[in-house]
Design a protein around this ligand. Structure first.
Ligand code: BV8
Length: 229
């Protein structure tokens, strides 16, 4: 067994499910309410920015009603205490890892609480609804803000940093993700190819579970604290 020093943890919507945030592909999943094409693509935003803003405003408002769960808190504890390298790569756009106290986080698909100005390219923190045509806090241009979210067909954030961490990982842990979307779904293969141990924690094995040396099925709120202990 390789000495574990550097850990990469990939989280998906399943880690926030027990906090009350809908997953994408569950029975009442997010995509159920809206067709993906309608809200999570640049074309959708160009076609109907008000609909897309309303979709993200609703999810941002919902953030105020939820709290980190035992899985987020356990990862934050691990982050604080782990002496080696540790990186939480989250596909989630919620802020529950931060609110649990984790520090070493990368939001590869952006964040609900960030907006991106298409006039001046600045990113800014947004707590309240973006509304239909909000002005940019940096340049003042009205109606030029978009959610700072990585949509389908857009390049995820921090891919170089993520690849570097995967190349250096001794352990890759995937928590609460279906493995349906790339490039995130390919991280386990990269880690395994580099000789890392790979562990999955999910309600049921993901699409790529054959790449994991170990799969633990159950709720993240139970499995993650047990694993961290
Ligand atoms: C890109 C933000 C190229 C939006 C999201 C091959 C290689 C590269 C790309 C592609 C490829 N093939 C196809 C593509 C294109 C596409 C893609 O992968 N399509 C899929 C549908 C096939 N990928 C992209 O477009 C990506 N970009 O490739 O760019 C490029 C290159 C150069 C230059 C320019 C461009 C970008 C994709 C990002 C899209 N944005 N999110 C938003 O949040 O509104 S995706 C979204 O779905 C999530 O972020 C996440 O990534 C993804 C999957 O969601 P999950 O988190 O896994 O959630 P899901 O509901 O699916 O599953 C929940 C899981 O939790 C389940 O397994 C369940 O069992 C488990 N669970 C539930 N409850 C619990 C639990 N587990 C434990 N405990 C519980 N209590």
């Amino acid at each position: 067994m390789r000495e574990i020093s550097n850990i990469v943890i990939l989280t998906g919507a399943g880690i926030s499910a027990e906090s009350g945030l809908a997953t994408f592909r569950g029975p009442e999943g997010l995509w159920e309410g809206h067709r993906v094409e309608d809200v999570a693509t640049p074309e959708a935003f160009a076609r109907d920015p008000v609909l897309v803003h309303r979709f993200y405003d609703a999810r941002r408002a919902n953030l105020k009603t939820v709290a980190p769960n035992a899985a987020h808190l356990a990862l934050a504890r691990l982050d604080a205490e782990w002496p080696g390298e540790l990186l939480i790569v989250t596909q989630n756009v919620d802020d529950l890892h931060e609110r649990a106290g984790a520090k070493r986080i990368l939001h590869m698909h952006g964040e609900l609480r960030s907006a991106w100005c298409l006039a001046c390219d600045a990113r800014s923190r947004w707590e309240e609804d973006l509304g239909d045509h909000p002005p940019c806090p940096s340049c003042g241009a009205a109606g030029r803000l978009r959610p700072d979210i990585v949509w389908f067909g857009e390049m995820p954030y921090a891919m170089e940093a993520i690849d570097a961490a995967l190349m250096n990982a001794d352990l890759f842990v995937s928590i609460g993700t279906s493995g349906a979307v790339y490039p995130a779904a390919g991280f386990v293969q990269t880690a395994r190819y580099r000789g890392a141990e790979t562990l999955e924690m999910n309600l049921e094995p993901s699409l790529g579970s054959f790449h994991f040396h170990e799969s633990r099925t159950g709720r993240a709120g139970e499995l993650v604290p047990q694993w961290v202990e």
